[in-house]
Design a protein around this ligand. Structure first.
Ligand code: HEM
Length: 416
């Protein structure tokens, strides 16, 4: 049983490729490479993921040198996994290397029910729709301050000027951290998610560990109204939260809350810049359409590749036998392109019938920052289009994607 206050590494089976194919895996379902990091994927990620519904078995087994696992493409199969937290657990759900002698869990992501809810209860009120609504003025103000800095230049590199800066600066405010950490935080987040090797990710994580540990200590001495302070002074089951729990919680917010919003903004702006007619359509639509516009953009440009779960009992999915001890990946953006649920899935259609989308996952572990992320994307879209309604990709520049668990173009050079 997990004890988040005194964590030990779970030491689960990994089924590396070198151990051979488990006997229950049909050879015709095997793929030999994680599909969402290949050159073919990086050349056109969203097209590649839509095509997976024609080119891959809906349930495949991905061999991996470290940790082989199943991949699920169908919307219904993903929903089934994500909604059954007893059978599909979050043990080791975050694939970041950690010091085994000084282990910690990423909280709440790696904590299963019933403990999971105790952690979410600490911060959920702040991240609820009502909690985030209170931040709307501040976020809108920050969006405009950023635009003020480059609007007269007639061009910007979107990532640096806006896409990365906005979510990191809002995050620092919410956490109660100083704005002068903005670029340091952004680069740590980038190295952790797109570092390309466990060494680079591990080194970035180590720097974040040191800084966040110090920040938690500081908030214990000098409480404020930021999220780090709230966590540092929280109680779990009538006892004070331990240092390891506080750290694992703060650290996961850092990991989950930065790159995701930036990648989402970058994807959307790259698309808008190449589709002026759709920009005009958004401008022309009534204000009341904004929420469904944001939901469709989040479906079409989902950025988190997969939610990973550890299987607790033998089960069948899509006619395939999956055994206790296996791991499954629900490929969230691929499920969002399931043509049985979202016909013509690559088309951005703001009037689609409302269906469950998986950008933020569903079930127990659905994204805690979903309402914050939606508010950031919404205010950014509204203010940008009000002030810069016509813009395009800078001539001669190409949109390129880099490898990592979060999908987004590296740079988006814009002119207007
Ligand atoms: C567009 C932006 C975002 C996307 C696409 C996104 C996506 C996701 C996804 C897919 C998960 C589930 C992972 C899993 O089930 O394995 C998740 C969980 C989580 N996200 Fe986000 N996220 C975004 C922004 C944020 C922000 C801004 C924050 C916080 C400031 C945040 C905090 C979290 C937390 C704490 C969890 C774990 C929830 C739990 O285990 O109960 N996310 N997110």
């Amino acid at each position: 049983m997990q004890d988040p206050a005194n964590p030990v590494p779970p030491n689960l089976p990994n089924q590396p490729a070198s151990a051979g194919l488990p006997s229950h895996v049909p050879p015709e379902l095997v793929v030999t490479q994680w599909p969402l990091n290949t050159q073919e994927f990086l050349a056109a990620p969203y097209q590649f993921m839509a095509d997976m519904h024609n080119n891959y078995p809906p349930v495949y087994y991905g061999l991996d040198p470290v940790r082989s696992s199943w991949g699920l493409l169908k919307h219904a199969d993903c929903l089934h996994v994500l909604r059954n937290a007893d059978t599909f657990r979050n043990l080791e759900a975050v694939p970041f290397p950690r010091d085994k002698e000084n282990y910690f869990f990423f909280i709440p992501q790696e904590i299963d029910p019933p403990h999971h809810r105790k952690y979410r209860n600490i911060v959920d009120p702040l991240f609820s729709p009502a909690g985030i609504k209170k931040l709307e003025g501040k976020i809108r103000g920050r969006v405009n301050e950023l635009i003020d800095q480059f609007i007269d230049d007639g061009e910007c590199e979107f990532t640096l000027a806006f896409g990365r800066t906005l979510p990191v600066s809002i995050f620092l405010d919410i956490m109660g951290l100083p704005q002068d950490m903005l670029f340091t935080f952004a680069s740590w987040g980038d190295e952790m998610i797109h570092g390309g090797s466990p060494e680079v990710s591990g080194a970035a994580l180590a720097k974040a560990v040191e800084y966040l540990t110090g920040a938690i200590e500081e908030k214990k001495r000098n409480p404020d109204d930021g999220v780090i302070s709230l966590i540092a002074h929280a109680e779990i089951d009538g006892r004070k939260i331990s240092d390891k729990e506080a750290f694992g919680f703060v650290c996961f917010l850092f990991l989950g809350g930065l790159d995701t919003v930036y990648a989402t903004l970058n994807n959307i702006w790259a698309w808008l810049a190449q589709n002026p007619d759709r920009v005009q359509e958004i401008i022309d639509r009534p204000d009341t359409d904004i929420d469904k516009i944001i939901e469709e953009l989040l479906r079409r440009f989902s950025v988190v590749q997969a939610s990973t779960r550890f299987v607790m009992k033998d089960i069948e999915i899509g006619g395939v036998q999956i055994k206790a001890g296996d791991r499954v990946n629900t490929l969230l953006p691929v499920a969002n392109f399931d043509p049985d649920v979202f016909p013509d899935p690559l088309t951005v259609d703001f009037d689609r019938p409302r269906k469950t989308t998986l950008a933020f996952t569903v079930g127990v572990h659905s994204c805690m920052g979903g309402h914050l992320a939606r508010m950031e994307v919404k205010t950014a879209l509204q203010e940008w289009l009000r002030r810069i309604p016509k813009f395009s990709i800078k001539p001669g520049e190409k949109i390129e994607y880099k490898a990592g668990g979060v999908i987004g173009p590296d740079k988006v050079p814009l002119v207007w």
